[in-house]
Design a protein around this ligand. Structure first.
Ligand code: SF4
Length: 422
């Protein structure tokens, strides 16, 4: 596999809520021109697709050089896990956005740093309107976190799209220009925030359908499934296919601990309803992190029993929730449990990804320097939500004690609860 090559800079354009652009969800920074981030509100999509920074990125990939913006992929690969780069190469070689089944060698020989055709996959990030404040999420993706006095301070400031009146996705001329710049578009992916709360999507999909191109496009979206439907579901029948990626990271008490203030019974009810929506394929999007890695098998078994295909990833940000913050004994136990699950799953794709996660967990000599941060963040969020990791995940706290790293009673932005020592 060529060292730094990735197909995404020739295929995908992601437009963030503020109009800045990336080529994938894992790159650090944004596409730049003259060292300044480009923005769809001020530059044409065609110019953005060949912005100087993006051309330079493609050039480095074609010549085997490392790209600073791709360091997260390289790190995962060095630790034995499957990066997004490798996952997308695998899917592309299997035919995804590669209808001619070209080899990577042919692709690299034919492609130039300047792309002659537009993106075939556009992801629109339509703001941060959201009703949940999941622990690993941030203010830019959740208005609930942005306005949370504790979690919001951990996450930092972000554009509040719930108060924005001039968002790029509300401008039909700009949307039409984006579609025109992508004549061979095959994938349209929508994220938020929580898309089922966003009325604007109705107009976006109306516009896509009006172009007559929906039958060539697979529409997909991420949802937290806190609602089982939205008015814009009415457009599904126009598209080639529609996929809902349900964000879920734990079963039962793990779910409620991570995805506050969502409730597991409501989630399962909504999931069952989504599974009956005509023309909709439901997949689960699972992010493996410090809070769920010990008991992730319980969720995977639940999803497999419901016939839901699982798309699983290791969390990258924030670093203090990376599984490497766990003590060695907990990582060992998690690895054994995940390997056991990998042996029994009927899903070969999932098995491969689980084995990659086991590999990542096997680096026991690597102890994240973020342990103290993890404990302080957890204490803060617990205190502000009347949750308690000692009750929800006693096994995890005991593992720290056993490994000589006792749980700290430190707080940063929340008041110390009465009775908590320290
Ligand atoms: S190598 Fe990774 S970070 Fe870079 S463009 Fe590909 S998927 Fe994104």
């Amino acid at each position: 596999m060529p060292g730094t090559m990735c197909v995404l800079p020739w295929l995908q354009m992601i437009v963030r809520a503020d109009g800045q652009v990336q080529v994938c969800n894992r790159m650090s920074g944004f596409v730049e021109n003259e060292r300044r981030p480009v923005n769809v509100s001020t530059a044409s999509p065609t110019d953005i697709w060949n912005a100087r920074g993006l051309v330079e990125m493609r050039h480095r990939m074609l010549t085997g050089e490392r790209v600073d913006a791709c360091s997260e992929c390289y790190l995962l690969e060095e630790r034995g896990a499957e990066s997004l780069r490798l996952e997308m190469l695998r899917r592309w070689e299997a035919g995804f956005l590669n209808e001619g089944r070209h080899t990577l060698e042919v692709f690299m020989a034919e492609r130039r740093p300047t792309a002659t055709d537009g993106p075939r996959w556009i992801q629109g990030d339509l703001g941060n309107r959201c009703n949940l404040a999941c622990r690993m999420c941030n203010s830019g993706a959740s208005s609930k976190i942005l306005h949370d006095p504790v979690h919001g301070r951990w996450s930092g400031p972000a554009l509040d799209a719930t108060r924005q009146t001039d968002a790029w996705y509300g401008d039909p001329v700009l949307l039409a220009g984006l579609l025109t710049s992508a004549p061979d578009l095959r994938q349209l992916h929508i994220i938020g925030g929580e898309p089922t709360l966003m009325t604007e999507i109705d107009e976006v999909l109306d516009l896509v359908v009006q172009t007559g191109r929906a039958p060539q496009i697979e529409l997909s979206f991420h949802t937290n499934a806190s609602r089982p439907s939205a008015p814009w579901f009415k457009w599904f029948a126009h598209f080639r296919a529609v996929v809902a990626y349900i964000s879920v990271d734990g079963a039962e008490e793990d779910y409620e601990y991570i995805r506050y203030p969502a409730k597991w019974p409501r989630f399962t009810k909504n999931l069952e309803q989504l599974l009956t929506v005509e023309g909709l394929e439901v997949r689960a999007h699972v992010v493996v992190q410090a809070y769920n890695v010990l008991r992730i098998g319980r969720l995977l078994a639940f999803l497999e029993q419901h016939g839901v295909r699982v798309d699983i990833h290791l969390l990258a940000e924030p670093a203090y929730l990376d599984v490497q913050v766990l003590p060695p004994s907990a990582r060992r136990l998690a690895r054994e449990r995940i390997a056991t699950y990998a042996d029994v799953t009927a899903d070969a794709d999932l098995r491969g990804k689980l084995l990659g996660i086991c590999e990542y967990l096997s680096a026991e000599h690597v102890q994240s320097p973020e342990v103290a941060m993890f404990m302080t963040f957890t204490n803060d969020i617990d205190a502000s939500r009347r949750q308690n990791i000692r009750i929800s995940n006693p096994e995890l706290v005991a593992a720290y004690d056993a490994d000589g790293m006792p749980w700290q009673t430190t707080y940063r932005h929340a008041d110390r609860p009465k009775g908590d020592g320290g």
